[in-house]
Design a protein around this ligand. Sequence first.
Ligand code: ZN
Length: 211
Amino acid sequence: MEQKENIWLWSGEASPPSGGSGAGGRKEIDPALPNNYIARMALRDILVIPDKRLRVVSKPVAAVDTSVRALAEDMLETMYDAPGIGLAAIQIGEPLRIVTMDLAKKDEEKDPHVFVNPEITWSSEEKNVHEEGCLSIPEYYEEVERPAKVRFTYLDLDGKLHEVEADGLFATCIQHEIDHLNGVLFIDYISKLKRDRVIKKYTKMAKQAAE
Ligand code: ZN
C-alpha cells in the first residue's frame, strides 16, 4: 500500500506480531555475519498500471530458501524507498506469494515484516472502511470497504508456519497485499466509472512515457 503524503495511516491497536527472530516474519540482517544474499540487495522498479503483470496470479513459494530471502530484502528496500507500508512481490515483477509490510508510525523504529504464502483463514462479518493507496497506482486514493478483522496463516523467513489475527490498518493492508497475489487491485472495489477513469489516466501516462 502507498503511504499518503508521508502521514502514517493508523487506526486502532492492531499491530503486526513482533518478537524473537522469525516471529511475525521479522528477519533482520546482522551485517557482522557472513551473508550470501546481502550483497544482492537492490532497489527494484515498481510496476504501475496498466502493466498486465499486475493481473497475474502469483505462485506459492515452494521452499523458503536463500533466493526467497534475497527477494524479500529487495522488496523491503524498494518498499521503504517508495515509501510504502506494504508491497507484494508481483509489484516488482516476481510472481511469487510474498508480501512485505511495515506499519510503524513515522516517528517509530522500523518494524519490517515478511509474509510468505499468506492465506486468509477467517474474515469478520464486521466491515471497515479505509482510504487505500497503492504503489502501483501512485497518488490515487479511494475508500474501500473490507472485513474489519481477518485471521491468516503465513510462513516466516525460516519457513515456520504462523497464524495471526489482524484488525485496523493491519487487516486492511494484508487484504490489499493478498489481493495483489491474486491479480486483484483495490480499484476493483470502486465504481466502474472511477476505475475506468483512473485506468485511462495511467494508460495515457504510460503511452506518453513510451514516446
Ligand atoms: Zn497495492
